[in-house]
Design a binder for this molecule. Sequence first.
Ligand code: ASP
Length: 437
Amino acid sequence: MIVCKFGGSSMANAERVRAAADIVRAEAGRRYAVVSAPGKRDKQDEKVTDLLIRCQKLGERGLDFTAPFAAVRTRFCELVASLGLNLDLTEDLAALEARLKNGATRDFAASRGEYFNAKIFAAELGFAFLDARELVAFDEKGELLMEETVARLAAALKKTPRAVIPGFYGSHPDGSVCVFSRGGSDVTGSLVAAAAKADLYENWTDVSGILMADPRIVRDARTIPIVTYQELRELSYMGATVLHEDAVFPVRRLGIPIRICNTARPGDDGTLIVADAPGKTGAVTGIAGKKGFTALYVEKDRMNAQIGFGRRVLSVLEEMELSFEHLPTGIDTLSVLMETEAVRGKENEVLSRIHAAVGPDRTHLEEGIALIAVVGRGMVHSPGCAARLFSGLAKAGINVKLIDQGSSQINIIVGVDEGDYERALEAIYREFVPVEL
Ligand code: ASP
């Protein structure tokens, strides 16, 4: 049993919808499909979700939204016509237009792309349409109620052998529509996979899996064949974005693997995300990084003997509502990494409060740091990984500003100057990934 989710790019026009339907039909086990709203057909195009949000914003202020709404209508009508479906959305679309004039909420408007698209895909496949509004439960504040949702979905799926379910939305306890954050159809897919106790959750998109490094930096970056949930979490946190952050949790609990597949190249292996997998000794799974960090350095003689020093430094940050990302420490030094955006404008206050709290010998802030995470389950208990990493950076003449190894040992983080970021990432990649002949 497979649950497949098709993203916006896989649903952008009739040809792609047909390709997606062929994928579902090719395997009898693909009994449930979750869909996004139609995405961009080309670079200049606008996503249906964005058009709908624009309509809502204009409607709310009593302004004319004829043009964006006509674009939405045309896209759905063209899909229905090109696919030759016996489906009439006229009334539904007219009702939506009226709602937009009469105070539709942002979430309701944003959700309609998935709603209409799921109806279309269900008609194309001859599957039932199950409305996520009754199945995906949020609390009053918009937090997902996972147990409740999985229970509702499981009950509905039990009665429905084959169905299409719109992604991205559900409802509050009062029945009003509530959406996930953008890209949230991935989460719906994961919830459906958990409820169906699927053997596999396929996430169909426009790339053949997750790449080992950002292809804008490493042009020939290879696809990761297998990644564990934990590795993926480390890579995503550092900016490798393929799946919605919250999409892992529902399936992870049940050990259901996720495969990232390419709708345009269904024969490609893609990337398999699993709970556990043996790692090749010394191998790196992926490298990801981000610019935009600031380090707070605090130095004090005999710091190591002072109980509570670290706590007092962190309390200052807590009081100022600054979240810290990493905390590499030395014997008499402590450095705290934070996002530069968060610290901006608060620099003097941070330093003076640190002075008052711990009376350091020296303290300063340094902006412009990039962090690179080198992630690999094969690095655990594998001597020599760090040596290779640093020799790669040394060969490229890059100065390492800080090092942090997560306690999981699957992750080594290095901090470099933002100006060295791209070169550092490429140097690490080349050190660990042999050139393909
Ligand atoms: N259509 C929504 C978005 O554009 C949700 C999704 O595609 O997953 O963010």
